[in-house]
Ligand binder design. Sequence first.
Ligand code: HEM
Ligand code: HEM
Length: 220
Amino acid sequence: MNLVTAIEWAEGHHRRGLYSPIGVAFHWVMAGLMVVQLGYGWYLGWQPVGGDKYIGYQTHTEIGLTIMLLGTLRFLWRSQIGTPDTVDEASLSGRASHLMELWFYFSFFALPISGWVMWSTLPNDLPLSIAGVIPFPNLPFDQLSEALQHRLMQGAAKAHVWIVWITALAIPGHAGAAVLHYLVKRDRVLPSMLDLNGPQAPGVVGSAPGTGSAGGPART
Ligand code: HEM
Ligand code: HEM
């Protein structure tokens, strides 16, 4: 599948009020990783200092760098393909959801980068990698003075924890808004990401024969 075919394929889903299966996969895989990462980060914070804690944080860095890679691919995908029109973008809820999504994209990069700065100032020899597979370098901070390394560590830790908290509070707001759209407004916001009512709605991908788009289901 080349880029033009991929764009047409995804836009076919968007016209029917659905994210494409690639958009849906990006969303749920990254949502799962973010929730695991938040919980695991806090769990490690409560553990006593020692070797196990460092090894735990190494896993934390591997998941975090995977989020940054997936976030980059997702950003490129979304910038080429766009999203379905599920809400009026000029409305208050449209602007609020846009702001929330912008924040999440920011967190996919700002959390790994602040974590990377912290890790690079710590005196440990554990290597960094993306998903434990693709080696990733430390920043060359060992050439800096101890005082500067200390300041970098403190600044990055403060940024990491602030972004963690704002993201952790934004997630229930975002999920709750999606559920409210479903229960109160009864629009396509939640089904666009879950395909809940997709097969029943005329013209929707996967709909029953006779109700779906001409030429049958477009899902490939
Ligand atoms: C992208 C998603 C990430 C999320 C959601 C996340 C989340 C967290 C959380 C919840 C904590 C505990 C904060 C606390 O104790 O209050 C934490 C700590 C930490 N994270 Fe991350 N993190 C991410 C990425 C990374 C990456 C990529 C690295 C390193 C390359 C990293 C390095 C660290 C370190 C070193 C700490 C310990 C900070 C301290 O104890 O002061 N994180 N993270
Ligand atoms: C149970 C939890 C969740 C539910 C029910 C949910 C639901 C949704 C829905 C329905 C949309 C489509 C909104 C629209 O286009 O109008 C969406 C988009 C989005 N969600 Fe979630 N979400 C959840 C968790 C998360 C988490 C944990 C994150 C990341 C921290 C996240 C990040 C995003 C982003 C960035 C978008 C924009 C779509 C894109 O760029 O592909 N979501 N979500």
